[in-house]
Design a protein around this ligand. Structure first.
Ligand code: H79
Length: 598
C-alpha cells in the first residue's frame, strides 16, 4: 500500500516534469531558425502549387457592398461606414447561406487547377466564420447552424486541395484591440489590453489549428497598426508553428512588409512575401517565396454592383506572369450571403481550368524564366524543358527564342505528337516554326526540350516600328528597374504604377528601321494631388516633362510631350526616369508612342 503510493507519486512527478518540459519546449523553440534544407522541404508544396483560391466570406456579404446609396463597400464595410458595432452585428442574424455547398466550392477550385484554398476564418470585423468557443461573435450567432469551415476542410481534403486560413490580426470588434474604434459601442469603458487580445487570438488559432486537420498556410493580415509589434509577430509565428510545425506563415504575421508591394524590408518574420493587387515587375531569385493575391473585379468581399470583371485571358496571363517570376497567384472569390460563388467568377475559373487542363505542366513545379524579357510573352522552366507561353502570336510564323542550347525537340503542349521545325536564328538563338494561328488566344504553350541549363543569348530588340513608322512602347513591354510596378488599373490594359523614387526607371529597347523626327505621345493617368517631373531620354536627347494631373489614377489621357529627332537606324533605348515627385507618386504610365512628325 505504502509502496504503491510512493511509486504513484514518483510517476506523477515525472509526468508533471515532462508536461512542464513539453510546454516550455513548445513555447521556447525558435521556429524562425531552421536549416535551408528544412525550409525548402517545408515550402516545397507551396513552391510547386503556383495557383490558389482566396475566399473572402463574412457577414459583410449581407449588405453586399451597398449602404445608404453608396455602392462600393466590401469587407471594410464596418470601418468605412463607421456604423455602431451593435448595428453591424445585426447582419449576422441575416447571414444564412443555405445554398453553401462545400463540395461544389472545392470542386470549383480543383477544376480551375487551384492547389490550395485560403478562406477567411476571421476578417478585420472580427467575425468568426466557424464555431468558436471563445466568442459568440461567430457563425453560432447566425441562423446557419453549421460550421462552414469544417465542411470546407473536409471537402478540400477529399479533393486533395490544401486547406488554409486567413486570420486578421487587426480586430475592429474586440474591445482589447489596441486601436479600438470610437464606433465600437459594445466595448467597456476600460482601456484596451493587447496582452489580453493576443491571448484571445491565440486561443482562436488553437481552435483552428487543432480542430480542422492539417492547415497549409496561416495567412495573417491587418498587422500594420501600431499595437502590433515585431516581438508579438515573432511570438505569434512561433506559436502557430508550435501547433503545426509544418505550416507556412505569410509575412504579415510581423512588421516587415514594405507597403502593398508586400515583400520584406529585411528584418521581418514569416515565410513569404505578399504583394497585394499587383504582380512584381521582376522576381526575387531562388529562395525568396512570394504570392500575389488579386481580385477578379474590384472587391475582395462580395459587392453586388461591381461588374468590372477582368477577362479570363487576363487572369490566365496573370497566373503565367507570376509563375514566370517564381511566384504564386492567389485569386480571390467573394461568395454571397446565400453561400454562392458569383457566376462571373465561376465562369472565369472554368475558363482558367480549361486552359490548365491542357497546360498545367507549364505551371506546376516550374521555376522562373531564364529571360529578363521576351517580346512574345513569358517563360517557365523545368530541368531540360523551357515552356514558352506565347501571348503575341508571330505573324510570320517564326518564333525567335534567344537561347543557344541544342534543342532536341519543340512542340505545342496542346499537340505533343507533332514536332515543330527548328532553325538557327539571329544572334545564335533558335527559330521555331509555328502554325499560322495560335491554338489558344489566351496563351499558347510551346515546349522546347533542351540540353543542359538554358544559355540565354542577346538578341536585337524585337520592338519595331509599324508600317507607317509609328513606334508603340507599351507598359507591359518595358524593363522596369526599382520599385515601380506593372498593374491593371482599369480595363485589361496594364500600366506602370507606384513611381515613387528616383531609382525607378523604365526602359524600352527598340529597333529603328525608319529614322526621322517623331512626335512623342504619352498615355498616362495621374491623381489630381500627385504628379511631378520626369525625363524621357532617347538617342542622346532628353525631354523634361511636367505631368499634368488627370481626374484620377484610373483616368488615362494621351498627351504630346515633345519631339525627338532619331536620325540613325538601329537599336535605340528609350528611358523614363522620375526627377521630382508630387503627392503619392508620378503617374500610371500605359504607353509611349513615337509618331512620325508630319
Ligand atoms: O483582405 C483583403 C483586404 O481587406 C486587406 N487585404 C486583402 C487581402 C486590405 N487591408 N488593407 N488593405 C487591404 C489596404 C490597406 C492599405 C494600407 Fe498600408 C494599410 C495602407 C496603409 C496602411 C499596407 C500597410 C500598405 C501600407 C502599409
Amino acid at each position: 500500500m505504502r509502496r504503491q503510493r510512493v511509486i504513484s507519486i514518483f510517476v506523477s512527478t515525472i509526468a508533471m516534469l515532462t508536461m512542464v518540459a513539453g510546454t516550455l519546449s513548445a513555447v521556447e523553440k525558435d521556429y524562425t531558425k531552421e536549416t535551408p534544407e528544412e525550409r525548402t522541404a517545408r515550402m516545397a508544396w507551396f513552391q510547386d502549387a503556383r495557383f490558389g483560391m482566396f475566399i473572402h466570406w463574412g457577414v459583410y456579404s449581407v449588405p453586399a457592398g451597398e449602404w445608404k446609396g453608396k455602392k462600393d463597400y466590401g469587407e471594410w464595410f464596418l470601418e468605412e461606414t463607421k456604423m455602431p458595432v451593435s448595428e453591424y452585428e445585426k447582419f449576422a442574424q441575416q447571414f444564412d447561406p443555405v445554398k453553401f455547398n462545400a463540395k461544389e466550392w472545392a470542386r470549383t477550385a480543383k477544376n480551375a487547377g487551384m492547389k490550395y484554398v485560403v478562406i477567411t476564418s476571421k476578417h478585420h470585423d472580427g467575425f468568426g466564420m466557424y464555431r468558436s468557443g471563445l466568442t459568440d461573435w461567430c457563425i453560432a450567432r447566425t441562423p446557419f447552424q453549421r460550421d462552414p469551415l469544417k465542411e470546407l476542410a473536409a471537402a478540400c481534403k477529399e479533393e486533395g486541395i490544401v486547406f488554409c486560413f486567413y486570420h486578421s490580426i487587426m480586430d475592429w470588434h474586440h474591445p482589447d484591440w489596441g486601436t479600438r474604434r470610437a464606433w465600437n459601442d459594445k466595448a467597456p469603458a476600460t482601456p484596451p489590453n493587447m496582452d489580453r487580445y493576443t491571448e484571445y487570438m491565440k486561443g482562436q488559432l488553437k481552435e483552428l489549428l487543432t480542430g480542422y486537420g492539417p492547415i497549409g498556410i496561416l495567412w495573417f493580415d491587418g498587422e500594420w497598426e501600431d499595437p502590433w509589434t515585431h516581438d508579438r509577430g515573432v511570438d505569434l509565428y512561433n506559436y502557430v508553428r508550435s501547433l503545426q510545425p509544418g505550416i507556412i506563415v505569410n509575412n504579415r504575421v510581423g512588421k516587415g512588409r514594405a507597403g502593398m508591394g508586400g515583400m520584406d524590408k529585411g528584418q521581418g518574420v514569416g515565410d513569404y512575401g505578399t504583394p497585394e493587387q499587383e504582380i512584381p515587375a521582376n522576381g526575387f531569385g531562388p529562395g525568396v517565396y512570394w504570392e500575389s493575391c488579386m481580385t477578379m473585379n474590384g472587391h475582395w468581399g462580395y459587392n453586388k454592383n461591381d461588374q468590372n470583371w477582368k477577362s479570363a485571358g487576363t487572369l490566365i496571363q496573370s497566373l503565367i506572369d507570376c509563375a514566370s517570376k517564381g511566384g504564386n497567384y492567389l485569386l480571390n472569390v467573394g461568395p454571397t450571403s446565400e453561400g454562392l460563388i458569383p457566376g462571373p467568377s465561376v465562369e472565369r475559373l472554368a475558363e482558367m481550368g480549361a486552359w490548365m487542363k491542357v497546360n498545367s505542366e507549364a505551371i506546376y513545379g516550374t521555376t522562373a524564366s531564364p529571360f529578363k524579357k521576351l517580346a512574345f510573352g513569358k517563360c517557365t522552366q523545368k530541368p531540360g524543358r523551357l515552356y514558352l507561353h506565347v501571348f503575341e502570336w508571330p505573324k510570320d510564323g517564326k518564333l525567335l527564342v534567344p537561347v543557344s542550347n541544342k534543342v532536341k525537340k519543340a512542340f505545342l503542349l496542346a499537340k505533343p505528337v507533332e514536332s515543330l521545325a527548328l532553325a538557327g536564328g539571329e544572334g545564335g538563338g533558335v527559330i521555331v516554326s509555328v502554325p499560322a494561328a495560335a491554338s489558344d488566344p489566351n496563351a499558347t504553350v510551346i515546349v522546347l526540350e533542351i540540353d543542359g541549363a538554358p544559355a540565354v543569348v542577346a538578341t536585337a530588340p524585337t520592338l519595331k516600328q509599324a508600317a507607317d513608322g509609328t513606334l508603340s512602347l507599351k507598359a507591359a513591354e518595358a524593363e522596369i528597374t526599382g520599385g515601380a510596378k506593372l498593374e491593371t488599373k482599369s480595363g485589361n490594359e496594364q500600366n506602370i504604377g507606384f513611381w515613387t523614387s528616383p531609382d525607378d526607371s523604365v526602359q524600352w529597347a527598340a529597333q529603328l528601321t525608319k529614322p526621322g523626327t517623331f512626335d512623342v505621345e504619352v498615355n498616362y493617368a495621374c491623381d489630381p494631388k500627385s504628379g511631378g517631373k520626369y525625363t524621357l531620354n532617347a538617342g542622346g536627347q532628353k525631354l523634361t516633362v511636367t505631368i499634368a494631373p488627370t481626374q484620377s489614377w484610373g483616368d488615362f489621357v494621351t498627351s504630346k510631350v515633345g519631339q525627338l529627332k532619331l536620325e540613325k537606324a538601329g537599336a535605340i533605348t528609350l528611358e523614363i526616369k522620375p526627377v521630382e515627385k508630387v503627392g503619392e507618386g508620378l503617374m500610371n504610365l500605359r504607353a509611349v508612342v513615337l509618331k512620325p512628325a508630319p
